[in-house]
Structure formats: structure tokens, C-alpha cells
Design a binder for this molecule. Structure first.
Ligand code: GLN
Length: 400
């Protein structure tokens, strides 16, 4: 893996050095434009990193999906949706993008993220409490105590006129819980948290692992929250380049103005890239290039579904061809809807001859709720038909 990632890094460099450093936050304009780091985190918490992996930079907009996750966990989906919508804006990240109901169009652009920051914590939380909870939450996603870069914070706070304008706009719409100054200060602190690419990869993998940090084992937010956050990342995470990104790379992702990109492929991998030169959408040029390459090489496109369903039948032994006179149906792999449907059709085919049926699940590696429900129902119906059904389930995949 490190050799492969080194190769990806080399091709990203060879691809050219287009793009510009962000300059509207004075402190960011001082970044070394040539730095490039790439990290991957696997489902079991193994982290691979190459390039300037020790270099820390401010998280900026990469914090937005995590603050959104915390707001969802604290307030629930309905309340958050009352304040911030989930539609792609079609505008730049710092535009006044509000819908007819006065809601910011999504939580991945500044106007939505400032609003979301103020929703973290309970309804009585002060602005300071929301910010403290956001920083602690980002740390839980990363699995270590994160700090704020006070110099970047001060630099952005001083030049935050545009974000102040956005905050006043949402406040006027009745959607901002805190006073504009306090909300922007808190949001700016959130953006000034220091991370490296390993942190990004672990944070991304936590989202991709239904909210469980793969390194610390902590359940940071509930699973439903991650599904919501990843969906919004997929449609809005790369700003106005989201469509191109989704068709080309196919990984729910988020970019930030300091040059970070993170990608979270559900159940598979968390990616963190850092390279400060940005394209016209505000996305890191080499960050995008690295993700394109990783997606292509490793088949990570979300829409490229693995064909598992048809392999679910490992074997079927007919009672007449077997010494013990039992019908044995052996299933394998992952039991989700499509696989369970194939399995049910096989159970359906069992003739009503009253002979015992063995349903062997020893080779089934995992099942989701739907897969479990469908299989249980299939077994129940065989029993109703008068069969003695013996389910062999040594790993207890049907139990949960
Ligand atoms: N802190 C930055 C801002 O509010 C974040 C924007 C970004 O990373 N795209 O402008």
C-alpha cells in the first residue's frame, strides 16, 4: 500500500502545478503550495500515509460534515431540516444560497455551515457551548485531542465580513439560533482546527463505518446520522463541481479552502489528501487528481456495485441424492436484500414433501436487517408448510 500510494503521489505531482492558493484568508496565503500528502484508513483502523503526512493544516470546510453530524445527533433530522436544507446550491461556497423558506440550501456551503454550527448541542446551548461541543466532536471523529490554530482563527475572524453577511442573512430569516457575531466566531474556530491527513482519513472512515471510530472504537454518532451526512456530501460536498466529482470519482467527499480533501466510501475506506493549490471551485487540484486515481485503480466508485447477489447460493443438496435424506441449502456471502431475495426463491422451490430442510448459514459472513428478516420469514414459511427446518448458524448472523 505505501508503495502504491507513493506512486499515486508521484503521478499527481507529474500532472502539473495548476491552481492558486486561497488568498481571502491572509494566513492561508502563506502556505507552502508544493506540499502533498495522502492517507488511507481501512475499516479495521489501519492508516497508510505518504508525503508530508506530519504536516498540520487548518481543517476549514472539511469540518462541515462533522459539525452537521453532531447537529443531527443532538437535534434530530426534522429540527435540523427546519433550519438547513439538503439541496445542491449550484453556487460558490460563500454565496447567499437560501431557498424559498429562508433556509440555507445545504450544510456544506458557508451559509449552511454557520447555521449548522449554532445547532450543535441542545436548544439551550450557548454559542460557546456549541463551539466546545464541535471541537470535542471533531476530536472524537479523529480519535485524538485536536487544537485550534489561533493565528489562522484571528486572521479569518478579522476578514470574515462575507461570513458575517451570510450570518445576518440567515438570522433575518429566523433560522440562526445565535447572534451573528457569536455564530461566525464559533464557526471560524471550527474551521481553524488543526489536522493532518491521517486525521482526515480516520475521520472519513468513522463516517464510512456508521459512526464508529475504527481506531478508538468509540461510537461517535449514530449510524443513521452517517447515512444522512454521506448523502449530503455526495450531492454537495464538492460545491459546484459535485456532479462532475460524483460521476468521475464516485466517493462522498468534502473539500476545504486550505487544500484538504476527504473521501468516505461506506464500509470500505477513508481517504485524506492535502495539497493547497485550488481550482476555480475551491477544490484542491491535486487532491481531486489523487482521488480520481484512487477511485479508478481500486474500483471505489459508489455506483460500481459489486455483484454479490448471484453468488449467494453455495450449494443445494437434493434429499434423494443424499445419504441422510435431507435437503441442504447452503448460503454464502453477505445477506442483504438482493442476496436474500435469491435465497428466498430457492426456499420457495422446496417441494411440499414434508422432508427436513437444512439451511446452512456457516458461510454467510454478515447480514443486514432486511436480509435477516427475509431469511427468517423464509424459514418460517417452510415450517408452516410442515418442514422440519434446521438452521445452522454458528456465527449467529440471524440473531441480532
Ligand atoms: N473558513 C472558510 C470560510 O468560511 C471555509 C471555506 C472553505 O473551506 N471552502 O470561508
Amino acid at each position: 500500500m505505501p508503495d502504491y500510494l507513493d506512486e499515486v503521489r508521484e503521478t499527481c505531482i507529474a500532472g502539473g502545478d495548476e491552481g492558486e492558493l486561497a488568498s481571502y484568508i491572509p494566513e492561508l496565503a502563506a502556505a507552502d503550495p508544493d506540499r502533498l500528502a495522502i492517507a488511507l484508513c481501512t475499516i479495521d483502523g489501519t492508516v497508510y500515509a505518504v508525503g508530508d503526512a506530519e504536516h498540520r493544516f487548518t481543517i476549514q470546510s472539511l469540518s462541515k460534515p462533522f459539525a452537521y453530524a453532531l447537529a443531527l445527533a443532538d437535534r434530530g433530522l426534522d429540527e435540523v431540516l427546519e433550519h438547513v436544507s439538503v439541496e445542491p446550491s449550484g453556487d460558490a461556497f460563500n454565496e447567499i444560497s437560501i431557498d424559498r423558506e429562508g433556509r440555507p440550501r445545504n450544510p456544506m456551503i458557508n451559509i449552511g455551515a454557520i447555521t449548522t454550527h449554532a445547532l450543535v448541542g441542545d436548544a439551550e446551548a450557548t454559542a460557546e457551548e456549541s463551539t466546545a461541543r464541535v471541537i470535542a466532536g471533531l476530536s472524537a471523529f479523529a480519535g485524538r485531542e485536536l487544537e485550534v490554530d489561533e493565528a489562522v482563527y484571528a486572521s479569518e475572524r478579522e476578514s470574515a465580513d462575507r461570513n458575517m453577511a451570510l450570518a445576518y442573512m440567515v438570522r433575518a430569516q429566523g433560522k440562526l439560533q445565535d447572534a451573528p457575531r457569536a455564530a461566525v466566531d464559533g464557526y471560524t474556530r471550527q474551521c481553524s482546527v488543526l489536522v493532518d491527513v491521517r486525521d482526515l482519513a480516520v475521520m472519513a472512515m468513522t463516517l464510512a463505518s456508521s459512526g464508529r471510530n475504527p481506531v478508538t472504537g468509540e461510537q461517535v454518532v449514530p449510524a443513521w446520522v452517517c447515512r444522512q451526512v454521506l448523502s449530503v456530501m455526495a450531492t454537495c460536498g464538492m460545491y459546484d463541481a459535485a456532479g462532475d466529482w460524483m460521476s468521475n470519482v464516485g466517493i462522498p467527499a468534502k473539500s476545504g479552502v486550505s487544500g484538504g480533501v476527504l473521501g468516505a466510501l461506506p464500509g470500505q475506506v477513508g481517504i485524506g489528501v492535502f495539497s493547497p493549490r485550488l481550482d476555480g471551485f475551491g477544490n484542491s487540484v491535486r487532491g481531486v487528481r489523487a482521488c480520481e486515481r484512487l477511485s479508478r485503480d481500486m474500483g471505489l466508485h459508489l455506483m460500481q456495485a459489486p455483484e454479490v447477489a448471484s453468488h449467494v447460493l453455495y450449494g443445494v443438496v437434493d434429499p434423494d441424492g443424499d445419504d441422510d435424506g435431507m435437503r441442504e441449502i447452503t448460503l454464502q456471502g453477505t445477506m442483504h436484500f438482493a442476496a436474500a431475495e435469491v435465497a428466498l426463491r430457492e426456499l420457495e422451490r422446496v417441494p411440499e414433501d414434508g422432508r427436513p430442510v437444512v439451511v446452512d448459514l456457516a458461510r454467510v459472513s454478515s447480514a443486514n436487517d432486511v436480509g435477516r428478516r427475509m431469511l427468517r420469514e423464509g424459514v418460517r414459511r417452510l415450517q408452516l408448510d410442515g418442514h422440519d427446518v434446521r438452521v445452522q448458524d454458528p456465527e449467529g448472523v440471524l440473531d441480532d
